[in-house]
Design a protein around this ligand. Structure first.
Ligand code: AMP
Length: 214
């Protein structure tokens, strides 16, 4: 299987797809959002940025990225989830991946209607222990017991940036900073597009496996 870089709007499904690839195909998963949320527990500056929905500045981000990528298990295909978010990050990432000879990857753009995203964000809750994601506003994705993880019994949490105000800022950021990456990777011949507009994601996951198969 090929490695993958996901480009998707907020709540576009990169977390769910990553979870699927890790569980079923042995991928290693690097989520810059997860990494930053961990750092935010000790770093107030990062916590404030995340809560607002803005992007962490490139200078800060690039150091974090280089370190994290160097630590990826090179025997397994990787998932970059949430990275790159800007053209500058994409250019630096090219250099890092070339230097590490990690070139067998595709860039998957997950295309989702904007009106679906807000609903997904406002109902989203996650298990802090096993990272399984639920949605308390969509019947098919509710946990069996309200607010509790089906798999490990842990109390589910919601993200500080999953609210209407942050969503507007994050979506705006996505359009101005991240959306131009689609053209960048199209020109590089790496781009694949999959749609993720239905509640049942079975066909989306099938499409995903199709584009990642060697
Ligand atoms: P995510 O979990 O991917 O939705 O990311 C959550 C938040 O983390 C974003 O809204 C940004 O504030 C921050 N973030 C994640 N990845 C990046 C990145 N590559 N560059 C800058 N900020 C990022």
């Amino acid at each position: 299987m090929k490695s993958v870089i996901f480009i998707a709007p907020p709540a576009g499904g990169k977390g769910t797809m990553s979870e699927y690839l890790v569980e079923n195909y042995g991928y290693v998963h690097l989520s810059t959002g997860d990494l930053l949320r961990k750092k935010a527990q000790k770093d107030e500056q990062i916590a404030t940025i995340l809560k607002s929905g803005s992007l962490v500045p490139d200078e800060m981000m690039l150091k974090i990225i280089e370190e994290a990528i160097a630590q990826l298990d090179s025997t397994k295909p990787f998932i970059l989830d949430g990275l790159p978010r800007t053209l500058q990050q994409a250019e630096v990432l090219d250099i890092i991946l070339n230097g590490l000879k990690k070139n067998n990857y595709v860039v998957v753009y997950i295309d989702v209607d904007k009106n679906l995203l807000e609903n997904r964000i406002l109902g989203r809750c996650t298990c802090p222990k096993c990272h399984k994601t639920y949605n308390c506003k969509i019947e098919e994705f509710k946990p069996e017991v309200d607010g509790v993880c089906d798999d490990c019994g842990e109390k589910l949490i919601t993200r500080s940036d999953d609210n209407k105000e942050s969503f507007q800022i994050r979506y705006q950021q996505y359009q101005t900073s991240t959306y131009p990456l689609i053209e960048y990777y199209q020109k590089a011949g790496r781009l694949k597009v999959i749609e993720n507009n239905s509640v049942d994601q079975t066909s989306t996951l099938k499409d995903l496996v199709g584009v990642l198969s060697d």
